[in-house]
Ligand binder design. Structure first.
Ligand code: FAD
Length: 106
């Protein structure tokens, strides 16, 4: 079975970075593909209990693919759901661009 922690860090890195660079005004095609990417996780993510819980979470909280700010916030909230479930500290979603796009202010 995969290393769930390493897989998780790699997957969150990919997802948050992709959200951070998602267009402000995505085309219908970009929106549709982002929706497919997110909806494929409950089907394909190779940590089965992670995939199951994530599927339930995104059913309650459907992806907002309308633009980068909304998508980054939505994804941050989903990651915080997992953080809470695992007893980790939650992340301040106001800092999501600083963490995944802009880097710390100087
Ligand atoms: P991670 O949680 O992997 O976070 C990586 C980095 O992201 C952090 O160092 C921080 O800088 C940043 N970050 C943290 N929170 C946020 C946030 N809310 N928004 C933006 N950036 C943030 N593991 C399980 O054991 N059980 C599960 O059910 C489970 N479900 C998962 C579901 C999904 C969809 C994914 C992608 C992963 C899941 N994982 C699960 C893995 C788990 O979330 C962690 O990736 C893993 O435990 C390693 O944690 P970490 O403390 O190294 O940091």
């Amino acid at each position: 079975p995969p290393d769930v922690e390493q897989l998780g860090r790699a997957t969150w890195t990919f997802l948050h970075t992709t959200a951070a660079y998602y267009p402000e005004k995505p085309t219908p095609n970009q929106r549709a593909n982002m929706l497919m990417l997110l909806r494929s996780l409950p089907v394909l993510y190779p940590c089965t209990w992670c995939a199951q819980d994530f599927g339930e979470d995104i059913e309650k909280n459907p992806p907002d693919v309308s633009g980068r700010v909304a998508l980054s916030k939505w994804l941050c909230e989903r990651h915080n759901e997992v953080n809470e479930k695992l007893g980790k500290v939650t992340f301040n979603c106001a800092k999501v661009d600083e963490r995944w796009k802009d880097g710390p202010p100087d």
